[in-house]
Design a protein around this ligand. Structure first.
Ligand code: DX5
Ligand code: ZN
Length: 238
């Protein structure tokens, strides 16, 4: 049985070089979250959880109590995307609630301190770049993080259109990670569907967050398969 508060190792969940579709709970029915999570569990082991504080972004979602409730229902890898100005106040609560990975935005600063805090809590460590933030801001931290999340929409809302202008940034990150032999996954988030995921995959992304494309579909599992197949096909055709 999974011990609450002990994060799953990212390397066990997804080997570097593998690909993963990470459904975003933001587009699920919040009245039936446990059902939504159970629905996708047959097709993926990864759940992206968007946490918004109404300050860093102009929207509010959920916090540690909801993560803790879902943890009792699910053994999926919980990837908590913290769109918050002050995540340091809540990281311990997310770790206790059963988060496996927390990602913090580099735009808020405090990155050194936040990485240390997440490591001390046993969390896998993610850094997030908003569309306007260059890769160079995250580059100094590649040897200390597990995941780099490149936003392909401005954070705050689901259902927006993918911004192809972030693709060069994904490639820049991929090259730096390869050249430095860093063990860092690249995740892309925002407007990802079966048409846009292959673009991000060819640029270098390995984890594909999809909210609307999965939970807005009649058959969420079929949508996950379609995105994964589209990525696999595009990578094979290179
Ligand atoms: C946006 C969130 C995303 C969002 C993605 O701020 O970080 O995770 O849920 O939703 P779609 O896939 O609908 O763009
Ligand atoms: Zn997100």
């Amino acid at each position: 049985m999974r011990v609450q508060g002990v994060a799953a190792s990212l390397a066990d969940v997804i080997p570097i070089g593998d690909i993963h579709v990470a459904p975003s709970m933001l587009s699920a029915d919040f009245g039936h979250l446990a059902d939504a999570v159970e629905t996708i569990a047959s097709e993926t082991s990864w759940l992206h959880i968007d946490v918004m504080d109404g300050h860093f972004v102009p929207n509010l979602t959920i916090g540690p109590p909801v993560v803790a409730s879902l943890r009792r229902e699910s053994s999926l890898f919980f990837d908590c995307h913290l769109m918050m100005t002050n995540p340091e106040r809540y990281l311990e609560a997310f770790a206790r609630a059963g988060a496996d990975l927390c990602s913090v935005h580099v735009e808020i600063g405090k990155t050194d301190q936040l990485i240390d805090q997440m490591r001390a809590l046993g969390l896998n460590v993610g850094l997030v770049l908003s569309p306007d933030t260059p890769f160079s801001v995250a580059a100094p931290f590649l040897d200390r993080i597990d995941l780099l999340l490149v936003m392909s929409v401005f954070p705050g809302f689901g259902g927006q259109s993918f911004m192809p202008e972030v693709l060069p940034k994904i490639s820049e990150a991929r090259d730096a990670i390869r050249n430095g032999r860093h063990q860092v996954l690249i995740e892309v988030d925002g407007g990802v569907d079966r048409a846009t995921a292959p673009l991000a995959a060819i640029a270098g992304a390995q984890v594909f967050v999809a909210g609307n494309a999965v939970f807005g579909a009649d058959d969420p599992c079929a949508a996950i398969v379609a995105i994964r197949d589209a990525v696999t096909t595009s990578l094979a055709a290179r």
